[in-house]
Design a protein around this ligand. Structure first.
Ligand SMILES: [Fe+2]
Ligand SMILES: [Fe+2]
Length: 414
């Protein structure tokens, strides 16, 4: 950028009088290119104009803290200056450590305002208090309201590291969580597994299904438990979403079996692959609404809309979330790479399975992943699995039947 190009400032002010004055001043006297924003949602929308600085009144409509969290997760905008403009110092306490770089206190003189703006533009601010350089990205653990898995899952995961873990020990741990226990029993007796005798205890379930299957079932149930209370006002239809996820899992399982690929976690990979969407929709509902609107208006895929409207995509956020949950690396890979299986380093096989199953379940129109498009399958995935498009056509009827049966998973657990 040449020196003559004016710096771009996104300016969000609650009061019209401030908005007009600061806007005119920064524009006419300061020589900046100023873009006015009216709300937190509007701020996220206008980020596409690549601002050099964001000045915002924290009392602007919408949740500005959530907007800051998102901005700090955007690879392209992670380092843009973000300062609050306020007369209320309690605003600063509220915003401190949440991704903001500075404060412009009201009242200010015009000269004072300009000096402050340039200071923020030119400096990397220190972290409040300790003087070390700012780490602008907000850690995933720093995101407010991030769902955590029931503690039973981590204990089950740990126990299952030992392949010879005693069924009794595993059952005892699971039984400390009544809700997971109930759902696991319901699932064990459902058409999903299709046993012809009643399974009455968790121990019975572990003996019949095996440790790994039980562990994966506990993971899926834990994810349902952790996310069930989330905000749904973003507009993602969660019922249809989980149907899409289960259909995807069913197809992963089906193809793995056909190709004699032994993957215990295949169904779970499908259940979890789009988990990032639940988080975006649940924690950033006011912004995710615009994503779904863009999907409807422009007929683009949800991941494209996330990229262009939010600057944060479900695969990336899902990956970070899954890492914070400590779930197995292979599943993390499937979450992170299901749209680009060729980029998977640790498990291109599972990423390819999920990639194909995602497209197949969309093609069969079971549930909804948030948009109605059927993505093209990358040749990488076909090659990786030695599966062809003709195979998929030939298997269609069997896959449809498998999906129907596997929906029993949701009926028992979700
Ligand atoms: Fe996806
Ligand atoms: Fe999907």
């Amino acid at each position: 950028m040449s020196d003559e190009t004016p710096k771009r400032i996104l300016l969000g002010q609650k009061e019209k009088v401030d908005r007009d004055f600061i806007h005119a001043f920064l524009d006419k006297i300061g020589g900046f290119s100023v873009i006015g924003v009216a709300s937190a949602a509007d701020l996220i929308q206008k980020l596409r104009q690549n601002p050099d600085l964001i000045l915002v009144d924290p009392k602007i409509e919408g949740n500005i803290l959530k907007a800051a969290e998102l901005i700090r997760r955007m690879p392209k905008l992670n380092h843009v200056g973000l300062a609050i403009v306020t007369a209320d110092l309690s605003d600063y306490d509220r915003c401190k450590g949440k991704g903001f770089d500075g404060i412009i206190e009201k009242p200010f003189t015009p000269k004072g305002l300009l000096a402050k703006v340039w200071k923020i533009l030119e400096s990397t601010p220190p972290l409040p208090g300790d003087g070390t350089p700012a780490k602008l990205e907000v850690d995933i653990e720093g995101i407010e309201g991030l769902p955590t898995l029931p503690s039973v899952y981590a204990q089950v995961e740990k126990l299952c590291e030992d392949p010879d873990v005693d069924a009794d020990d595993l059952a005892k741990v699971i039984e400390t969580d009544p809700s997971i226990t109930m759902k696991l029993l319901k699932l064990s007796n459902s058409a999903f597994f299709g046993f012809n005798r009643e399974i009455k205890s968790v121990k019975d379930s572990v003996s019949l299904l095996g440790n790994q299957t039980v562990k994966n079932a506990v993971l899926s149930i834990s994810v349902f438990e952790a996310t069930k209370g989330m905000d749904t006002s973003g507009g993602l239809d969660l019922k249809e979403f989980w149907r899409h996820s289960a259909a995807c899992g069913s197809v992963v399982k089906f193809i793995a079996k056909k190709m004699r690929i032994d993957r215990e976690e295949s169904f779970t990979a499908g259940i979890l692959h789009d988990i990032g969407k639940v988080i975006l929709n649940g924690l950033y509902s006011q912004f995710y609404e615009s994503v779904l609107k863009a999907v409807a208006e422009k007929q683009i895929s949800i991941i494209e809309a996330e990229e262009s409207v939010l600057g944060v995509i479900h695969t990336k956020l899902g990956q970070e979330l899954a890492e914070s949950w400590g779930i197995p690396a292979r599943l993390i890979e499937a979450i992170a790479s299901h749209h680009r299986p060729g980029r998977s380093e640790r498990d291109p096989e599972l990423a390819s399975l999920v990639h194909i199953a995602d497209a197949v379940s969309r093609n069969l129109a079971v549930g909804s992943g948030g948009d109605a498009l059927v993505p093209a399958i990358h040749p990488f995935a076909f090659n990786q699995l030695a599966v062809t498009a003709e195979d998929l056509v030939e298997w269609e009827q069997e896959m449809v039947e498998g999906i129907e049966k596997d929906m029993a998973f949701l009926a028992a657990t979700a």
